[in-house]
Design a protein around this ligand. Structure first.
Ligand code: NDP
Length: 612
């Protein structure tokens, strides 16, 4: 075995003792990708508007809500009451900011956890690092991986503690925000007729919030009951997020999709439906979840500052580094342990050492072989088992973790309808057609996910007009431009909390937390010193964008061979991927950049004008 240069067969000999043939797997991965590549990419999906608008109606509020339009002024207007808006609100309150209004589409705080109430909904990032502000809230999660209702309740408790209910506007959608140069105020318009003036606005629209529907021929014709997982219709199914879907006892139910949301709801549908048909295009990798109750004694023993320390530790293990001790120690960090083990043994191989990329690929093969072996160990029917095995590298799709999902396919009332990568062929009045066979259904659930790479204004549902009437969509026509993922030149007094151009992470609340601290630091100082406008300079923005592009690991090669999905924009155009994605530095580098920036004290890169 020689170093770096590898011809066919060479890695095979290096991995033969690991029990798999790397060349054969590589070939299989490409074949599986090719089955799924389609020229329409993201355009295969339809948006939930027009005749499909009912898919995003809010099933959790009473219809008929009205209120008088607002035209008053606030210091800070936060768009979005999910964890982004909540953490921004909490940090602003801590910094002494009084006048804060949150505008939220839903009927309460919670964002993702308000909308996603499907049976089985839970978070597979450890609760002790995912649930924000645990120390501030003095809250002990019930389990290692929290269920949706607990997280939703935590979100509402944060709003309560930081007095964010005081001036909130629920069931309100922003339709436009426009910079008024003369007044130096944002005018925020909504679907309730509001025209609110705000000194500062912060867009915390969320990351996975615009549901997408599959553009399957005939999708509009189905006469049975139909909804998306993020608007679960319990009035129809009965039960709640713990299951007990008694309304489905005599129902033939179909579910399209087998991503993270489907994985969690399918065990409940399997238990409750008369018959369940799971229409699968690509199987997800299902690793062990291993949930359990929180050890109260252990939790009590944690020292102040433990949560950030634990978040950083997870960040080290999942964003490219490693620390002595793995505090979270779960199936997420196991992927990294596998990689580190291979890299260590490679170091010892001396002249026979292979390239880092080859080692990482080998570690990924090992992980996915383990995932595939788990399918064999849990599924009784060999044909079903084969169909449930994912053939692609970890992180081509989001890893999933569940201890009951796979076993559901052993039930006599559950049928896996594998579409061999082609997807559902047609929807009819009566049901769903795959391979020419019609599956008659009473109820059809779309677990088909959310838009990720589409235009920001399309996903958030409103346009932002900055100086000289320039829209954010126009500004970002050639790719996203920000400073630290928060400021946009030409859009004074406007901030965003988003994933674009911020530190890469698997734990989104980690980045929100860091950005919220910055936001509160800046706004509280600006209010104290009566700053009229605050805007990032063109140079600082350009430098940050250049740094994002430079730091973005060249993942194109990796994404190219991945099976399509939202991670690689359905295998289609990735023109601005380096620019529009994460800032990829050392695991906690983004956090350090923000901390150092605050410590320097001069608001470097920002330009401001005093009121008088
Ligand atoms: P995904 O985008 O992950 O899954 C959509 C599913 O729909 C895929 O299986 C997709 O297949 C399938 N699909 C799309 N079109 C068709 C079609 N025409 N025929 C058949 N199948 C089709 O959405 P999810 O809602 O499951 O998850 C979205 C994200 O939400 C996750 O990746 C994760 O980030 C987050 N999430 C996090 C959770 C957590 O525990 N922290 C829990 C749930 C969600 P294909 O793969 O072939 O495209």
């Amino acid at each position: 075995m020689t170093k770096a240069t590898r011809g066919p067969g060479q890695t095979q000999s290096a991995t033969a003792d690991l029990g798999f043939d790397a060349d054969a797997l590589r070939k299989k991965y490409l074949e599986e990708r090719d089955k799924r590549l389609r020229p329409d990419g993201i355009d295969q999906y339809i948006q939930p508007d027009g005749e499909f608008a009912h898919f995003v109606d809010d099933p959790y509020v009473e219809p008929g809500y009205t209120r008088e339009p607002l035209t008053d002024e606030v210091d800070v207007l936060l768009i979005g009451g999910g964890f982004g808006g909540l953490m921004a609100g909490a940090r602003l309150r801590e910094a002494g900011v009084e006048s804060i209004r949150v505008i939220e589409k839903g009927g309460d705080f919670g964002g993702t956890w308000y909308w996603n109430r499907y049976p089985g909904v839970s978070c597979d990032i450890e609760s002790y690092i995912y649930m924000p502000l645990l120390e501030e809230m003095d809250y002990r999660p019930k389990e290692k991986y929290s269920r949706g209702p607990e997280i939703f309740a935590h979100a509402k408790a944060i709003a309560e503690k930081y007095d964010l209910y005081r001036d909130v506007c629920f069931q309100t959608e922003v339709t436009e925000q426009r910079w008024d140069e003369e007044r130096s105020r944002w005018i925020v318009s909504t679907n309730r007729g509001d025209a609110i003036k705000a000194r500062f606005v912060c867009m915390a629209n969320g990351f996975l919030q615009r549901p997408k529907l599959p553009g399957i021929p005939g999708v509009e014709t189905f006469k049975g009951h139909v909804f998306h997982t993020c608007r679960w219709d319990y009035a129809y199914t009965g039960g709640d997020s713990d299951g007990n879907l008694v309304g489905l006892q005599d129902q033939r139910v179909g579910i399209v999709g087998t991503g993270a949301s489907a994985i969690q709801s399918i065990p409940h549908l399997g238990k409750c439906a008369q018959h369940l048909y799971v229409f699968q295009r690509t199987p997800s990798p299902i690793d062990v979840r291993g949930n359990g109750p929180t050890d109260v004694e252990w939790f009590r023993s944690l020292e102040p500052g433990w949560q950030e320390h634990r978040m950083d530790n997870f960040q080290y293990f999942t964003a490219g580094g490693s620390e002595e001790e793995d505090l979270v120690n779960d199936a997420w960090t196991d992927i990294v342990h596998k990689r580190m083990a291979i890299l260590r043994s490679n170091k010892e191989a001396g002249p026979a050492a292979r390239s880092i990329d080859e080692c990482l690929e080998t570690a990924d093969f090992i992980k996915m072989e383990e995932i595939r072996a788990r399918v064999d160990s849990l599924i009784e029917d060999p044909e079903t088992a084969e169909a449930l095995k994912p053939y692609y590298r970890p992180f081509c799709k989001r890893p999933c973790f569940h201890d009951e999902y796979l076993q559901t396919f052993n039930r006599p009332n559950v049928t896996l309808v594998d579409t061999h990568g082609r997807g559902v062929e047609r929807v009819t009045e009566k049901g769903v057609i795959v391979d020419g066979e019609e599956y008659a259904l009473d109820c059809l659930v779309y677990a088909t996910g959310f838009e990720v790479w589409t235009e920001y204004a399309r996903r958030s549902g409103y346009e932002t007009y900055g100086r000289n009437g320039l829209s954010l969509s126009q500004k970002w026509n050639d790719g996203i431009t920000t400073f630290q993922g928060m400021h946009i030149h030409g859009f004074p007094n406007c901030f965003m909390l988003s994933i674009a151009q911020t530190g890469v992470t698997m734990n989104y609340t980690y980045v929100m937390n860091e950005q919220s601290k910055n936001l509160a630091y800046i706004i509280s100082r600006a209010l104290d010193s009566d700053v009229k406008t605050l805007e990032v300079s063109e140079e600082a923005e350009a430098e940050w964008v250049a740094s994002v592009i430079q730091h973005a690991s060249d993942r194109n090669e990796f994404l190219e061979v991945c099976t399509p999905g939202y991670i690689n924009n359905e295998g289609s155009d990735r023109k601005h991927f380096r620019q529009n994605g994460f800032f990829v530095g050392k695991p906690t580098e983004f956090k350090k950049i923000l901390e150092d920036w605050r410590a320097e004290g001069g608001m470097k890169g920002l330009e401001w004008e005093q009121s008088r």
